[in-house]
Ligand binder design. Structure first.
Ligand code: ADP
Length: 442
């Protein structure tokens, strides 16, 4: 039955009952010759009954009692029936929500990582799982305190206050044991709460360190034997052993390549070991650009048109050695991946935000778009045949990325197959200093 029909039926039943009572009272009044008195008594009785029903419903609601289940005869029965149904629905919803919350908490409790619910404004820990207690040495349930008390380190406190959800905070000491290293990640749980996920990354960091040390040690150990081989190959005169000519040339090329690989691996290890630049000096850009021009000319050996433009008129702050290594990697790539008669332009100019940009543009082979995001990975190469014969090590752009990271700068790559590429090193305003003397064209 629809709601309208039910309502109409309830009204009809109530009005019929009212009329029947009044009629009965009227008839009895006629018999007793007291019509008005009996009608008034009946009306009073009806009013009293209504008040009694209203009182009963209100009392039950005030006492938060469950209303009775009625089959609905008249307005009051219908009202109680509807309230009873609402109560049941409300209880079922609360039960369902409670079940859901318990389910979430059970899932969070089972997670191998430490999970904490943190109030955004006060930093108070609302809830945490067992792993969080073990990893962070938190007190008994309900007495967790604030996150600022747990992570006393200034970096962690600044990171938490900032509400940084994009980047996790890596390598934090555990408040329980400084040898245990943690990674922290904040997730926006609700408008009032953060979900803080803490993971023990001690083993991972140790493995990473082992890998770095291994690469650095192997490269270092290879350096001496390679220098010896290289030396002997250099003093062997091709004219003395004409039959060994092609073999010697090939051996020289390969040993040179291995030396370059070892040097690049050592450079990468050195860069990885630094978290930030120990010292920032003024990098004089005019002589650096002049060096880049000479290097480009030497690498190109007259095969390309080379232009170096210094339009910025400022210098950079950072490490001359590292920046030179990054820029010359880009110049070397431009020379190696641009066919004869192509053009290479090195342009140093101001950025829109007050920073500076060093861009190396070539009219070379270009790079298909799907390779661009992976270019700075170690040993990542676009097309093995062309790149291998180009003599590169596959580590150049990785070195560039590391150097730029150390300078809080980024590498922007734009490329179109068959038309060329632009590799731009973008520096922020903090990396720029006024140049005392400068010229636009180097
Ligand atoms: P490699 O030593 O092989 O040049 P890099 O790390 O310097 O290694 O570069 C990675 C790959 O990116 C290269 O193998 C090449 O395929 C591609 N690449 C880099 N620079 C250019 C460029 N200017 N034009 C076309 N492809 C390039």
């Amino acid at each position: 039955m629809t709601a309208g029909l039910l309502l109409r039926r309830a009204w009809k039943q109530s009005v019929a009952r009212l009329l029947a009572i009044l009629l009965a009272a009227g008839l009895l009044g006629l018999l007793l010759d007291r019509v008005w008195m009996l009608l008034a008594l009946a009306a009073f009785g009806i009013l009293a009954w209504h008040y009694w029903r209203l009182h009963r419903v209100l009392a039950q609601l005030y006492r938060r009692q469950r209303l009775r289940e009625l089959d609905g005869r008249g307005l009051w029965d219908d009202l109680e029936m509807l309230l009873h149904r609402r109560q049941n629905e409300g209880r079922a919803r609360v039960r369902r929500l409670l079940g859901l919350v318990r389910g979430y908490r059970r899932a969070a409790a089972l997670m191998p990582d430490a999970v904490l619910l943190v109030e955004r404004r006060s930093g108070r820990i609302e809830w945490c799982n067992r792993q969080a207690r073990a990893l962070l040495g938190l007190g008994p349930q309900g007495r967790e305190g604030t996150v600022a008390e747990v992570f006393a380190d200034a970096t962690a406190q600044a990171w938490l206050a900032e509400g940084q959800t994009e980047e996790p905070l890596l390598d934090q000491p555990s408040p329980r044991d400084a040898n245990v290293r943690l990674s922290l990640r904040l997730l926006p749980y609700s408008p009032d709460l953060w979900l803080l996920v803490v993971r023990d990354v001690t083993k991972l960091l140790r493995l990473e360190q082992l890998r770095r040390d291994f690469v650095a040690n192997v490269s270092h150990e290879l350096r001496t034997p390679l220098t010896v081989v290289h030396g002997y190959l250099d003093i062997m005169d091709v004219e003395e052993y004409p039959e060994l000519g092609p073999m010697l040339t090939e051996m020289r090329q390969q040993s040179q390549r291995m030396s370059q690989l070892v040097e690049d691996l050592l450079t990468l290890s050195r860069l990885e070991a630094q978290e930030a630049l120990a010292h920032r000096e003024t990098v004089a850009m005019a002589p650096l650009l002049a060096t880049l021009r000479r290097e480009a000319q030497a690498l190109s050996a007259g095969r390309h048109r080379i232009e170096v433009v210094d339009a910025a008129g400022v210098d950079l702050l950072g490490s001359t050695r590292e920046l030179h290594s990054a820029f010359s990697n880009l110049v070397s790539n431009a020379a190696r991946y641009t066919p004869i008669d192509g053009s290479i332009e090195v342009r140093f100019e101001r950025g829109a935000d007050g920073g500076a940009v060093l861009a190396v543009q070539d009219s070379g082979y270009g790079i298909p778009a799907q390779h661009l995001p992976r270019l700075t990975e170690r040993f990542y190469r676009v097309s093995t045949s062309r790149t291998r014969e180009s003599g590169g090590t596959g580590l150049g752009l990785s070195i560039v990325k590391h150097v730029l990271n150390l300078h809080d700068a980024r590498l922007d790559v734009r490329s179109e197959v068959g038309r060329g590429s632009t590799f731009a090193c973008v520096f922020g305003p903090d990396a720029v200093v006024e140049r005392l003397q400068g010229s636009d064209e180097v």
